[in-house]
Structures are given as structure tokens and as C-alpha cells.
Design a protein around this ligand. Structure first.
Ligand code: NAD
Ligand code: UGA
Length: 468
């Protein structure tokens, strides 16, 4: 039986659901695309006439929303009604790490997946293809199938469950969705697989659509993220060794990346990987390895996270040491708070731990990010504000520009590689800093050929390039 898909629904209007459905709507004008969320504010933000207020910032996204919104792309809180109308339902909800109970700190909290499955079971009519878009532990499709089977409202309702994980990277989401490295579809029902493949075939080449069994698809997503994160931890461990030996991390990265077997991508050393997924997905992989008694495999992946935490601590310690062993009452400028450039997402951003460490050392922080709102930054630091020293909130100043940020700073730490930071005239700007002054470049923003004069008490330190 071939399945005709006219209307699709996506549960979860977040960083994945919003952009992914926008691209589908744009590339498939004949499809009706309904994006639903329990968060009323988020839906209202997606419907905001002012496109600068969309809940997700991604280059190129607002233009697509403008083209499709209220034509064949709708953002709504009418979850049940939307599922009922749909032939295919994507589950794009959050899958955070469990905070308490069995598996706390490692296992995935699947409550939002379960709730979505229950919503689908009670609202769906006819045959519905359910697609796991969220990143989930291998074997989750089994859970979804059980919930669908035992909660379906109408005995005539039937379901096929597919796994089709999303591989987009934030800040590059539109490009990744328009030209994906691959589209992975795992499942048992060939007709359902074809129905989903036919949507992607509107703009993705057939050779890039990979069809696998459902468990391979689920596990490939966790594994892909673990491999990418492992590369970042590998290069960061070498960055520390460069600083001890006089080797230069950029030269080392280039030299090893030219080997086709290694490849040049994901070899930029930095303040550690952030983002909502790498850490949580590795933790989940660790939990699954332990669950199946594979303790050595679990320890291997644990170390990828440990190196990441070490890199962040290493940077804040180094700043304190360079500033004569204390930052008490000194002002440190933080350039960039998002976990990478071109996104307003701060989840697991390395800036959070580095700022917390410096606040605990007694520093005042001036923070500037081109896309992250001040309240979000303060919210991310609230743990340290409210638990360690109640006066810490007085020590955080959110700045409106780089110019404003640098004034009277003792040091600047560049933590996000925003384009805006690449054209800063440091020789001029550093004049308004307190001397001696330091710039800690953790993102290879300042190029060596810039020849910034350092005879006026300015010190420039580059991660992985300068000896301690
Ligand atoms: P997000 O938190 O931005 O969005 C998830 C949304 O789901 C939230 O708005 C939440 O309100 C909504 N939601 C939760 N339960 C719901 C329910 N029962 N009904 C309706 N809405 C509900 O999360 P995200 O970053 O979009 O990630 C979603 C999934 O995709 C996660 O599993 C993540 O690991 C995976 N993923 C994320 C990225 C990324 O770049 N962020 C990339 C690939 C995969
Ligand atoms: C990552 C993956 O790249 C996506 O394929 C995946 O879909 C997504 O996770 C997910 O599942 O959420 P994302 O976290 O958005 O995407 O961004 P990345 O570009 O992978 O960067 C992750 C972190 O690693 C950032 O903090 C970045 O600065 C850091 N990084 C990346 C480095 O420090 N060096 C590098 O060379 C590359």
C-alpha cells in the first residue's frame, strides 16, 4: 500500500522542529505543514510579525518563514487537532538528561517523547506515519510502538514508526537542511519509508537518502555526535600539549587534517564543545553501554566529557594565573556567550563554566554577545549568582557593544567566534583597558599576521599557540 501524505505535523517547535519544518514547507508547497508546541509563548514568537523576534536565530531562516508562514506552514498550540489532520507526525521534542531517579545524570529523560506518543495515540485517525526526529536512545521506537498500541483511541487507527534523526548543526541549520550530508531513514515498513523519502526527494539527491533498520538509525545519531565531540576533545588535549612544547595547534591541525583518513573538519581547538546535544548524547551512550555491561566502552566515552570539562577549567585557571594569581576585583570582558557563532543558543556553552569559575575567583564580568539577550545570560549564571555569593549578580554587567565592554577591563576572553570579533582593531581598542592588559583568544580570531603592538602593556595569548 502506498501512503499519500498531504498534511504533516511536527510536535516540538524548537531549534530542530522550527527550521526543519520551514524547509519542508518551502520545498514542498503542496504539503500542509503544522508545527505544534505546548509552549504558548514559543508559538506566539514563531507567529510574530517582527521576524527579528523569532524564537530561533539562524541565518536565512526568517526569509523562509516570511515566504511560507500562514501559506502552507502554520505554528499552533492546537496539538490534537493538528495530529488528527495529519498523515505523518514528526516527534521533535526535547530529550534532556534525566535529573533524578534511575540513570540520573546519564540516561535520557523520555517523558516528552512518551507524552508525544500519547498525544498521537489519542488524536490520530486512519494510518499515521510517526517519525522520531528527536535524538533518542536505541530501542525507543519499541516504547513508542507500545504506547501507540495500548492508547489508540480508535480501533481503526494504524501506525508505522520510523527513525529519521536530524543532523543539522546550529548556526548552519538552513544550509545543512537544504544540502544535508545524508538523510537517514530507519524502519520496517517499506511504504512508510518511501513516503518519507519522497518528501526529501523534492530537494535531496537519491544517493544521499540512506535506508537502514530502525535500531541502526537510532544508534547512528548518538554515535555521530559522540565521534564529532571526540574529535573536539582530541584536538583540545593536543592544544594543551602545544602550549607546553612550543608547537602551534593551528599548524598541527592543518598537518593532521591533510591526511584524507583524518580529514580537516572538526579540528579547531577552542574552549570545549557546548550545545544542547554533544554532552547529553554522550552521557546517554555511556548509560546504554553500562546497561549492556560494556564498561570499557563507557569509560572510553566518559573521558571525552572529562577532557571537555578540563579544557574549560584549564582556561579559567590560566587567566587567573596570568593576572598575577588573582582576579579579585579585576574586570574581565567576555566576548561571546553562545556556544558557537551564528546562534542565540547558550545551552552547555563553555562560557557558562568559564564565567562561573571567574565569578567564584572574585572577578567582575562585562559580557557581550551579538545575539544572546542579557536576561538569558544572567539566567544561565543564576546557579553561581544565588548559591555561592549573593552579591555575584552585582558583578555581572551585560554590555551593548564591544567598545562599551572593553573600557577599564584588565582582560578580555574571546569565547565565541562571531564574525564581528574578527575585525576588532585591538591596538586601538585596548587603549581603553587597564594596563597591563590581556586578550585571551580561545577561538583563533586574532591572526598572527595582524602584528598588534604589545609594547604598551598589552599581552595577547592564543589557545594552543603560546607557551605558558
Ligand atoms: P528544543 O527544546 O529547542 O525544542 C523542543 C520543543 O518541544 C520545546 O519547545 C517543547 O516545549 C516542545 N515539547 C515538549 N514536549 C511536548 C509535547 N508533549 N507536545 C508539544 N510540544 C512539546 O529542542 P531542540 O533543540 O529542537 O531538540 C529537539 C530534539 O532534536 C532533541 O532530541 C535533540 O537532541 C535533537 N537534535 C537537536 C539539534 C539541535 O541543533 N538543537 C540537532 C539535531 C538533533
Ligand atoms: C552538533 C552536530 O554537529 C550536528 O550534526 C548535530 O545534529 C547536532 O550537534 C545535534 O545533534 O544537536 P551543534 O552542536 O549545533 O551540532 O554544533 P557543532 O558545530 O557541532 O559544534 C558543537 C560544539 O563543538 C560547539 O561548541 C563548537 O564551538 C565546538 N567545536 C566544533 C569546536 O570546538 N571545534 C570544532 O572544530 C568544531
Amino acid at each position: 500500500m502506498t501512503f499519500k501524505v498531504k498534511t504533516i505535523c511536527c510536535i516540538g517547535a524548537g531549534y530542530v522542529g522550527g527550521p526543519t519544518m520551514a524547509i519542508i514547507a518551502d520545498r514542498c508547497p503542496e504539503l500542509m505543514v503544522l508545527v505544534v508546541d505546548i509552549n504558548k509563548q514559543k508559538i506566539s514568537d514563531w507567529n510574530n510579525k517582527d521576524l527579528s523576534k523569532l524564537p530561533v536565530y539562524e541565518p536565512g531562516l526568517s526569509e523562509i518563514i516570511e515566504r511560507c508562514r500562514n501559506k502552507n506552514l502554520f505554528f499552533t498550540t492546537k496539538i490534537m487537532e493538528s495530529i488528527k489532520k495529519s498523515d505523518m507526525v514528526f516527534i521533535s521534542v526535547n530529550t534532556p538528561t534525566k535529573e533524578y531517579g534511575l540513570g540520573a545524570g546519564e540516561a535520557s529523560d523520555l517523558r516528552y517523547i512518551e507524552n508525544s506518543a500519547r498525544e498521537i495515540a489519542s488524536a490520530a485517525e486512519g494510518h499515521t506515519i510517526v517519525v522520531e526526529k528527536s535524538t533518542i536512545p536505541v530501542k525507543t521506537a519499541e516504547v513508542i510502538k507500545k504506547i501507540l498500541a495500548s492508547n489508540q483511541k480508535k480501533s481503526t487507527s494504524t501506525f508505522s514508526v520510523l527513525s529519521s534523526p536530524e543532523f543539522l548543526a546550529e548556526g548552519n541549520a538552513i544550509e545543512d537542511l537544504e544540502n544535508p550530508s545524508r538523510v537517514l531513514i530507519g524502519g520496517e515498513c517499506t511504504d512508510a519509508i518511501e513516503a518519507l523519502a519522497n518528501i526529501y526527494l523534492k530537494w535531496v539527491k537519491k544517493e544521499k537518502i540512506l535506508k537502514t533498520n530502525i535500531w541502526s538509525s537510532e544508534l547512528s545519531k548518538l554515535s555521530a555526535n559522540a565521534f564529532l565531540a571526540q574529535r573536539v576533545s582530541s584536538i583540545n588535549s593536543i592544544s594543551a600539549l602545544c602550549e607546553k612544547t612550543g608547537a602551534n595547534i593551528n599548524e598541527v591541525s592543518e598537518a593532521i587534517g591533510m591526511d584524507d583518513r583524518i580529514g580537516a573538519k572538526f579540528l579547531n581547538s577552542g574552549p570545549g564543545f557546548g550545545g544542547s546535544c554533544f554532552k547529553k548524547d554522550i552521557l546517554n551512550l555511556i548509560y546504554i553501554c553500562k546497561y549492556y555491561g560494556l564498561h570499557e566502552a563507557a569509560i572510553y566515552w566518559e573521558n571525552v566529557i572529562k577532557i571537555n570539562e578540563w579544557q574549560q577549567k584549564r582556561i579559567s585557571d590560566l587567566v587567573v594565573n596570568k593576572l598575577f594569581g588573582t582576579v579579585i576585583d579585576k574586570t574581565i570582558g567576555i566576548l561571546g556567550f553562545s556556544f558557537k557563532a551564528n546562534t542565540n543558543d547558550t545551552r552547555e556553552s563553555p562560557a557558562i563554566n568559564i564565567c562561573k569559575n571567574l565569578l567564584e575567583e572574585g572577578a567582575f564580568l562585562n559580557i557581550y554577545d551579538p545575539k544572546v539577550e542579557g536576561d538569558k545570560i544572567k539566567n544561565n549564571l543564576k546557579e553561581v549568582i544565588f548559591t555561592s555569593n549573593k552579591k555575584n549578580h552585582l558583578k555581572i554587567s551585560i554590555m551593548a557593544s564591544v567598545n562599551e565592554l572593553v573600557k577599564n577591563c584588565d582582560a578580555i576572553i574571546i569565547l565565541t567566534e562571531w564574525d564581528e570579533f574578527k575585525s576588532i582593531d585591538w591596538s586601538n581598542l585596548s587603549k581603553s583597558m587597564r594596563s597591563p592588559s590581556w586578550i585571551f583568544d580561545c577561538r583563533d580570531i586574532i591572526k598572527e599576521d595582524e602584528n598588534i603592538p604589545t609594547d604598551n602593556g598589552l599581552n595577547i595569548w592564543k589557545l594552543g599557540c603560546d607557551r605558558k
